[in-house]
Design a binder for this molecule. Structure first.
Ligand SMILES: Nc1ncnc2c1ncn2[C@@H]1O[C@H](COP(=O)(O)OP(=O)(O)O)[C@@H](O)[C@H]1O
Ligand SMILES: [Mg+2]
Length: 243
C-alpha cells in the first residue's frame, strides 16, 4: 500500500539525514512545511540544508529573507558549513530575494499598514515564484511581519493567502517560524506540516531536539529525537534526549 500512496503523493527529500524516516519518506511535493523554534534552535540551518541539498541535486532553489539580509545568510552558511549559496546564485541555480533590499520598496516602516505590507509581501513572493520557478522554496522567519496585525482572524486569512500562493506555484517549501511573538500557532495551523525544534535540559546539559507535530496525510513518528549540528550540517539522531 505504501508504494501506491507514494506514487500518488510524491515525496520530496528534506536533505536532513534521519528526518525523512520520521515523516514516512519526506515532505509531500508542493506543500508548505513550517519549522518552529526559539532563537538559535537551528531553523535557518534546517531550511538552508533543504535548499542546499536540492540545488546539489539539480533542483532550482529560491530563498526569501524577510528579517536578515541575504548577505548575512550567505556568509553564515558559508562559514558554518561551507555551503556556497553565492556561487549557486551566480550559476543561476539559486535565487535569493532580500526583502530588506530597498529596491523592492517593501521596507518595514511604521507608516505602512501591516495588512497592506503582508498583501504586498504575498504579491512579491508570487511574482518571484513565477519568475524563478523554483522546485524548493525557503522563507526565513516571517513572524515579525505578522506581529503588527492585531486581529487573529486577519492573521489567519493572510497566512492562508500566502500559503495558498506558495502551494499553487508547485514548489515544496520550508517556512521558519520564531516563537518570540506568539504568532507560531496561527502559521502552523495553516501549514501542511509542522516541525518543532527545541533544547531539552538533561541534567546540566542542553541538548538540541526535534519533534514532528503534524503532517497532513502522513504517518509521523511520535518520539522526540536528538538533533545534531556539526560542520557537515544538521542530522536527526535515532536517540531520544531522554534516556
Ligand atoms: N559548524 C557548526 N557546528 C555546530 N554547530 C553549529 C555550526 N554552525 C552553526 N552551529 C550552530 O547552529 C545554530 C544556528 O542555528 P540557526 O539555524 O541560525 O537558528 P535559528 O534560525 O533557529 O535562530 C547555532 O546555535 C550555532 O551555534
Ligand atoms: Mg534563523
Amino acid at each position: 500500500m505504501a508504494g501506491v500512496q507514494s506514487n500518488k503523493f510524491p515525496r520530496v527529500k528534506s536533505g536532513i539525514p534521519g528526518y525523512d524516516e520520521l515523516v514516512d519518506g519526506g515532505f509531500h511535493r508542493g506543500t508548505v512545511n513550517t519549522i518552529t523554534g526559539s532563537s538559535g534552535t537551528g531553523k535557518t540551518v534546517f531550511a538552508s540544508q533543504f535548499i542546499h541539498y536540492g540545488v546539489k541535486n539539480s533542483e532550482k532553489g529560491m530563498i526569501v529573507t524577510p528579517s536578515e539580509s541575504a548577505e548575512y545568510l550567505k556568509r553564515e552558511m558559508s562559514s558554518s558549513f561551507g555551503w556556497d549559496f553565492a556561487g549557486m546564485e551566480k550559476e543561476g541555480k539559486l535565487s535569493i530575494v532580500d526583502v530588506t533590499d530597498p529596491v523592492l520598496r517593501l521596507q518595514k516602516s511604521i507608516e505602512v499598514d501591516p495588512v497592506d505590507f503582508l498583501i504586498n509581501f504575498r504579491k512579491l513572493v508570487e511574482r518571484k515564484l513565477e519568475e524563478v520557478k523554483p522546485t524548493r522554496l525557503f522563507i526565513d522567519d516571517l513572524t515579525a511581519f505578522f506581529m503588527a496585525v492585531e486581529a487573529p482572524f486577519k492573521v489567519r486569512s493572510l497566512t492562508d493567502d500566502l500559503f495558498g500562493t506558495i502551494r499553487s506555484s508547485g514548489a515544496t517549501s520550508v517556512v521558519t517560524i520564531g516563537t518570540a511573538f506568539g504568532m507560531n500557532q496561527f502559521l502552523e495551523y495553516g501549514a501542511d506540516s509542522a516541525t518543532l525544534l527545541n533544547r531539552e535540559r538533561i541534567g546540566n546539559n542542553l541538548i538540541r531536539s526535534i519533534y514532528i507535530m503534524k503532517m497532513r496525510g502522513s504517518k509521523i513518528a511520535s518520539s522526540i529525537r536528538v538533533l545534531d549540528i556539526s560542520d557537515e550540517g544538521m542530522a536527526v539522531s535515532s536517540l531520544s534526549p531522554y534516556p
